[in-house]
Design a protein around this ligand. Sequence first.
Ligand code: MG
Ligand code: ZN
Length: 233
Amino acid sequence: MEVKILKDVLKTNDEIAKNNRKTFHSRGIFTMNLMSSPGSGKTTLLEKTLEMLPSSMRPAVIEGDIRTNLDGDRIVKYSVPVVQIHTELYGGACHLDANMVQKAWHALQEEDINLLFIENVGNLICPGGYRLGEDRNVVLVSTAEGEDKPSKYPVMFSSADLIVVNKIDLLPHLDFDMELLKNRIRQLNGDAEILEISARTGENMDRWIRWIDETSRSKTPSLADGREISPHR
Ligand code: MG
Ligand code: ZN
């Protein structure tokens, strides 16, 4: 019975996610679901991104945290529409789901935007299993976390469209093997693009901005669309 209940929950989530995506597309909005462990630099990446985006891109941000407005407060300084979700109000969930995003959208629907960043709760496990209505899954992993994360958290990395390796400015101080990390990613996901950046120093941030620009104009589906995903196994 337990398995059936979980499947029903995910099926409902998937339906709401599809509706979210339909809504976003009808408004010409390209949506990214940013996922990583806590401290990989999702919010710093967003801050730098908001500084660099060309004026043709009109972004909004949905922030997901268990509690606190700390990340939302950082983003609002960039004068973009931002909604902070506190997942503890939904039972302390360690991930965002499509229903939460739908509710957050109500606060954004009057805004003139064409880009939506959803910063998921910092957690490498279940966020990878819940579609939100995004066009692309973007997974961050920082050099400080070591090379083992893809192997330990395969669901997250196998559903990614883009993997951003952040904090490359720290490489001189770390015993970190970039090729080993990439090999481990490739074992799980041969299709995802990999970008090496430092959001802090800005290194290669232009490539990330270009990826957003090019991908937002392409009509190809997310790599996650065709995949069977089962979180909380
Ligand atoms: Mg954050
Ligand atoms: Zn969770």
